[in-house]
Ligand binder design. Structure first.
Ligand code: G1P
Length: 900
């Protein structure tokens, strides 16, 4: 079977013949903006932004269709031309041959090495690719050619990497005229392209980017000639997979410091002929670089083109990323542990590539969305909590005074941008995520004071929760909410959270659950903005309200604060008689009154509200909402399955229900009613049965997002236009599946929660079906292929679930609480399961020892040892913050948890 094998415990794997799988790509990137993707034949692209592609942009289909890939050719005397990447017409044709060249991929976090061996020719090659973790804007490639025959071979080596050197917007539009902008020059080591202007959606601008492709022999020795124009390189009738200059081994006449203008360019770089004796090797280094001047590219050439520099930079890079991934696991299944290593890394990839810069991308030209922003913080809290406080605080600056939020997020932390296109779209779930992340932060750190920190509010044209425009506002007034006196207004974080949740509470549709607006978590439920409602997220808002009340209690008791300061307008949303909650009209009136009051400016006056009164008010709202859902949305069908209806469509009709093949069921409504404790235990059991019956399909990795509605349901969303089993229409969508697992674990349904994660992991790990490298993809399609690999918010949720639920390592107002929910089968042959992680800036190795071989639910914590000393606490499952902060920050501390 063709499957990858892990060779260490840091995710490094081997895969034989990787190129006989389609659509596979691997990320290599750094934090100064270089983002590359690599296929097994070194196709893929390399760019720094939507407008700065060095190699031609590729989507999934171009991975097999594009010929402009990284290449390195050798012309072997007596044989002819051979591509060491396999990107020649002949080698591609031979992929289906039984006797095809042997290839092998070895890869780890941010590095990729492909070996190719032709017994027939007697040559072996190895190409290692990576992007250095330091601040160099460059992708590097080391090529080693070995003679595996019995006689010396004379070869002519040529690096050949075609430039694209422009904006992705020009893939078709302005494609040719942008080549007329090219100013091409050869240097000592290669070719640079410095376009005069850029033509893209930003208008015609003077270009400031210089692209370079340079190469040298292992000791830094320079090339001997160049062929920088594509049409000269391929020759009349040639192509990148059969270039004339290579096939007939034509001399490259161009020397360094020659200039050309107005043509497509290629870094075609020729080296001296050499004779490689049997068993001997020869190495070359190539670099694809971004700079602001010719000098930048020259200085990069001097820094990176020696083999010794390449090797040390590669080691540095490996170390850099492995240090960043500071969570690791040890369970019985070492493949799961290694797979999770990649999952741990995925949120870092998402922060670098956004959602748009790997070959599977459905939207976007970079940038991140509101949901991603808060989700990324979840993973950060688990891995790199140091700067999270400020990040959270800054992100709160994106909330509007009507409880909605900015949706265009700037490049700088805390930068939010008004939508110039004036598109109004309100995602009704957006208000719920900041609280989840904030709660996790407070639980881990005990930093309850955070809720009283002050922050600005975002202001733009959109008012009344996306329903109207504020014609009094213009850009000159800036993007901050002002008071009537023109002062910027700052409110505490608690106030921000309250505004998000209280406005949502009143923003209901005709069934008295929260309006769907532009969509909820499911971006493709986007055609029911008038009458659509999301029961699913109503449940989450209800739970959040309850949890906010709990935190308020902590503020009151621990900080001894009796009154909370809030903007006076918020009173409108409080003090409403609970009886009125039953009336949609009354609710909408309250909301309207509040939104009108803060439509343009607010008074800036602050009132003091008694904590207890506030707690009672919001608890009342939470209770009402949960009861309302329990009473009205629990549905059963003729097959005697029961679950929660999650939605109403744009005709005001209930979406879920039906029976047999006609059953319409969605996972989202189940996840949030379970997670929010809206579903009682009995209901959770029923939901699990219904999910197992209607949504579970082992062959695609577990729980699908919905059943087949067999209708292009234009009164709910574009998802129903997608074929069933794909993306948001009924695929196993990792993010929702993992949130389902999280909810089940939280409610103590551990076996069931494990099944969700295990089905998904096991499927991904079946490489011959999923055909993705290790990690969790956004979704699994109807044929079982992993799609949109790497860049998915599900990774953050998976890390969180494995850490805080499966291993049960949680924060409890700053204390470290241990509440393992590991199944007996997860303990290794020594009855152990362990996790390495960071908490309160200390490194811990936490080991659970289950010598009695007990199942979850049967075991409990007998004793805890901290650095080999018995830890005495009246509560066996907690290590107190006061003790943790006494521990040395520089070393790893052992916590041994003995189960009985
Ligand atoms: C993607 C989006 C996410 C959205 C989801 C469902 O999921 O990034 O914001 O909620 O689709 O429409 P992801 O790729 O993060 O798993």
């Amino acid at each position: 079977m063709n499957k990858y094998k892990f060779i260490d415990n840091q995710g490094t794997f081997l895969l034989e013949n990787p190129e006989i799988n389609s659509y596979m790509y691997f990320p290599i990137a750094n934090e100064c903006g270089v983002m590359s993707s690599l296929t097994p034949t070194l196709n893929g692209d390399c760019k720094m932004s939507q407008n700065t592609f060095l190699l031609a942009p590729v989507s999934a289909e171009e991975l097999h269709n594009n010929k402009s890939s990284r290449n390195f050719w050798i012309y072997i005397e007596g044989y002819g031309a051979w591509s060491i990447t396999g990107a020649s017409g002949k080698q591609k044709y031979e992929v289906f041959d039984k006797n095809k060249e042997n290839t092998k991929l070895e890869a780890g976090i941010m590095w990729h090495k492909i070996t190719r061996e032709s017994q027939n020719i007697g040559i072996k090659s190895e190409v290692t690719s990576f992007v250095p973790s330091n601040n160099k804007k460059v992708e590097l490639m080391k090529v080693t050619i070995t003679n595996i025959s019995n006689e010396g071979k004379k070869i002519t080596p040529t690096a050949a990497i075609p430039f694209y050197a422009r904006s992705a917007d020009n893939v078709r539009d302005h494609k040719h005229v942008t080549s007329l902008l090219h100013r091409i020059e050869t240097t000592d080591y290669g070719v640079i392209v410095n376009p005069t202007l850029t033509f893209d959606e930003r208008g015609h601008k003077k270009n400031t980017i210089v692209y370079g492709i340079v190469s040298a022999e292992d000791d830094g020795k320079k090339p001997i000639g160049f062929c920088p124009l594509v049409e000269d390189y391929i020759g009349e009738g040639g192509s990148f997979e059969a270039p004339e200059t290579i096939i007939i081994n034509k001399k490259f006449d161009v020397k360094s410091n020659e200039k050309f203008e107005g043509y497509e360019a290629i870094g075609a770089i020729r080296f001296n002929d050499i004779i490689i004796e049997p068993g001997q090797s020869k190495t070359y280094i190539a670099a694809m670089a971004f700079g602001e001047s010719k000098r930048d590219i020259e200085s990069i050439s001097n820094d990176v083109l020696k083999e010794t520099d390449f090797d040390s930079s590669l080691e540095e890079t490996k170390l850099y990323w492995n240090n960043k991934i500071n969570i690791s696991y040890k369970t019985k299944d070492s493949e799961f542990d290694n797979w999770m290593y990649w999952v741990n890394f995925q949120p870092m990839l998402r922060r670098i590539y956004g959602c748009s810069f790997l070959p599977h991308h459905d939207y976007g030209k970079g940038g991140r969305g509101w949901r991603d922003l808060w989700q990324d913080c979840l993973a950060l809290l688990a891995m790199d909590p140091e700067n999270v406080r400020q990040m959270l605080l800054d992100n709160f600056g994106g909330i509007r005074f009507d409880g909605t939020n900015a949706t265009i997020i700037g490049n700088k932390q805390g930068e939010f941008i008004a939508d110039r296109n004036n598109i109004t779209r309100v995602w009704m779930d957006h208000g719920a995520w900041p609280f989840l992340t904030t709660k996790l932060y407070i639980e881990q750190s005990g930093d309850i004071e955070f809720l009283l920190e002050k922050q600005l509010y975002f202001k733009d044209l959109q008012v009344i929760r996306g329903e109207e425009k504020d014609n009094l506002w213009n850009l000159e007034q800036g993007n901050n909410q002002l008071t009537e006196d023109g002062e910027t207004y700052e409110g505490n974080i608690l106030e921000h959270l309250l505004i998000q949740h209280l406005t949502a509470f009143y923003d209901v549709g005709e069934h008295n659950v929260l309006r769907l607006h532009g969509a909820d978590w499911n971006d493709a439920l986007d055609m029911a903005s008038e009458r659509g409602e999301s029961v699913a997220f109503s449940a989450l808002y209800a739970e959040n309200l309850e949890d906010i009340a709990e935190l308020l209690k902590v503020i009151k008791d621990k900080m001894n604060i009796k009154n909370i300061q809030l903007a006076e307008e918020i009173q409108i949303l409080l003090n409403v008689n609970t009886v009125e909650y039953n009336s949609v009209d009354k609710k909408l009136k309250v909301l309207k009154k509040y939104c009108e009051k803060c439509k343009h400016s607010i008074t800036g006056k602050v009132i003091e509200i008694d904590c207890d009164t506030l707690i009672e008010d919001i608890k009342g709202k939470a209770k009402w909402l949960k009861e309302h859902i329990r009473k009205n949305e629990w549905i059963s069908n003729e097959e005697e399955f029961s679950w929660f209806n999650g939605y109403y469509d744009n005709n005001g009709r209930r979406v879920e229900g039906g029976t047999g093949n006609e059953t319409r069921m969605m996972l989202t409504g189940q996840v949030f009613t379970i997670m929010s404790n809206t579903a009682n235990e009995e209901q959770v059991r029923s939901i699990i049965k219904a999910c197992d019956n209607y949504l579970y399909d082992e062959s695609v990795g577990g729980y699908k997002l919905n059943t087949d509605f067999n209708e292009v349901k234009t009164d709910l969303g574009r998802m129903f236009g997608f074929a069933y089993g794909h993306k948001e229409n009924g695929a196993v969508f990792s993010h929702m599946a993992i949130m389902y697992a999280n909810a089940l674990y939280k409610r103590g349904f551990v076996e069931e929660g494990f099944k969700v994660i295990d089905s998904l992991y096991s499927h991904c790990n079946k490489f011959e079906i999923s055909r993705i490298y290790p990690g969790v993809p956004e979704y699994i399609n109807s044929r079982g292929r992993g799609m949109y690999h790497y860049l998915t918010g599900s990774a953050s949720w998976l890390i969180l679930t494995v850490l805080t639920e499966m291993f049960g390592v949680k924060g409890d107002m700053g204390d470290l609480k241990l509440e393992p929910k590991l199944l007996l089968k997860q303990f290794d042959e020594n009855y152990k399961a362990a996790i390495n992680m960071t908490f309160a800036e200390r490194r811990f190795h936490i080991e659970y020892i289950n010598e009695a071989s007990k199942e979850f639910n049967e075991y409990s914590i007998k004793e805890i040892y901290l650095d080999n000393n018995k830890y005495n606490s009246e509560n066996y499952s907690v290590i107190y913050k006061k003790d943790i902060i006494l521990l040395d920050e520089g070393k790893t501390h052992n916590i041994k948890v003995i189960l009985e």
